[in-house]
Write a protein that binds this ligand. Structure first.
Ligand SMILES: N[C@@H](CCC(=O)N[C@@H](CS)C(=O)NCC(=O)O)C(=O)O
Length: 278
C-alpha cells in the first residue's frame, strides 16, 4: 500500500495522526497541492476529484476520502480500536468525528478559502460566507467544549478517529489564523495535550511543513530539498510514551507532555513555529 499525501493539508493530516496513533507505517508520496500536482493527469487517474489523501492498494486500485481510508485500515487493523467496539461506542465516536469534520474543519476551511490572500485567485471570495462560517464555528466549538467537559478525549475512553479529525481541524485553524474561542477551556486543554504529545511523536507539523503562502510556499514547498526529505520520511512517527494522543500520554510522560504543550502553544503563538521541534 502507499499513501498520496500532502503534509500541510488537514485531511491528509487526519490520516497521518490516525496512522501514528495506531503505530502503522505505510509509505507516503507527497503530492504538492500548492503547485497543482494533484491536478496533473497522472494524479487524476488515481483520484479524479484531485483530493488528498489517496490510498493506493496493492492491486494498484486507489481509495479516496480520508474517512473511508481510515475505516478500511481500521478493518484491517482492529487493534487498538479507534472507532469504538460496541454499537453505542461506535456511534458516539462517529457522531463526534462528524461534528469535528463538518462542524469545525469545514468551517475553518470556509473561512480560510474566503479570507486568505492565497485563495484570492483560486475562487471568488465572499466575506459573508466567511462571517457565516465564523458564527457557525463559534456555536459548534462551544457545544463541543461543553460535551468534552473534563474528559481527556473527545469521544470515549480511548483515542479515537474523532480526536484525529479534531486535531487536524485545530492545527489547520492555527495555520489559517482562525481563532478557536479561548473561553472553550476544555478544548484548549485537550488540544494542548494533543499538541504536546503529537509534537514529541513528530505528527505535529514541523517548521518546513507549514504553509508560507506569502512566498508561494517558499518557492515550491520550502525548496525542493525539504520536499525530498519529507518524501523519504514516509509515514513513520516515533510514538510518545505509549500513544500519540491522550490519555496514554498520562503514562510516565504526562507532566513533560503538558509542559511541552504550553511551551509549544506559547512559542507557536509568537512565531507560528514550535521551537522544540527539529
Ligand atoms: N473529503 C475529502 C476531501 C479531500 C480534499 O479536498 N483534500 C484537500 C486537502 S485537505 C485537497 O486535496 N485539496 C486540493 C484540491 O482539491 O485541489 C477527504 O476527506 O479526503
Amino acid at each position: 500500500m502507499k499513501i498520496y499525501d500532502f503534509v500541510g493539508a488537514p485531511n491528509p493530516k487526519k490520516l497521518r495522526v490516525y496512522l501514528a496513533e495506531k503505530g502503522l507505517t505505510i509509505p507516503c508520496e507527497q503530492v504538492n497541492i500548492v503547485t497543482g500536482e494533484n491536478r496533473a493527469p497522472e494524479f487524476l487517474k488515481r483520484n479524479p476529484l484531485g483530493g488528498l489523501p489517496v490510498l493506493e492498494l496493492d492491486d494498484g486500485s486507489c481509495l479516496a476520502e480520508s474517512l473511508a481510508i481510515i475505516e478500511y485500515l481500521e478493518d484491517l487493523n482492529p487493534t487498538p480500536p479507534m472507532i469504538g467496539t460496541s454499537p453505542t461506542e461506535r456511534a458516539r465516536v462517529r457522531e463526534v468525528e462528524r461534528i469535528a469534520e463538518l462542524g469545525v474543519l469545514f468551517r475553518v476551511a470556509a473561512i480560510f478559502q474566503n479570507t486568505h490572500p492565497f485563495m484570492a485567485n483560486r475562487l471568488k471570495q465572499s466575506p459573508d460566507t466567511a462571517e457565516n462560517a465564523r458564527n457557525q464555528l463559534a456555536g459548534v466549538v462551544k457545544a463541543l467544549d461543553a460535551r468534552v467537559g473534563g474528559k481527556p478525549l473527545v469521544a470515549g475512553e480511548r483515542p479515537s478517529i474523532a480526536d484525529c479529525t479534531l486535531f487536524a481541524a485545530f492545527e489547520f485553524a492555527e495555520f489559517a489564523q482562525v481563532t478557536i474561542d479561548p473561553a472553550c477551556k476544555n478544548l484548549a486543554r485537550w488540544y494542548a495535550s494533543a499538541v504536546g504529545c503529537s509534537a514529541r511523536s513528530r505528527v505535529r507539523m514541523r517548521p518546513h511543513e507549514r504553509f508560507n503562502m506569502s512566498q508561494t510556499f517558499a518557492n515550491e514547498y520550502g525548496q525542493r530539498r525539504s520536499l525530498e526529505a519529507t518524501q523519504r520520511r514516509a509515514c513513520t512517527y516515533r510514538r510518545c510514551g505509549s500513544g500519540v494522543l491522550l490519555p496514554r500520554c498520562r503514562c510516565r510522560s504526562s507532566t513533560a507532555c503538558s509542559r511541552t504543550a504550553s511551551a509549544n502553544l506559547n512559542s507557536a503563538d509568537r512565531s507560528g513555529v514550535p521551537h522544540h521541534i527539529s
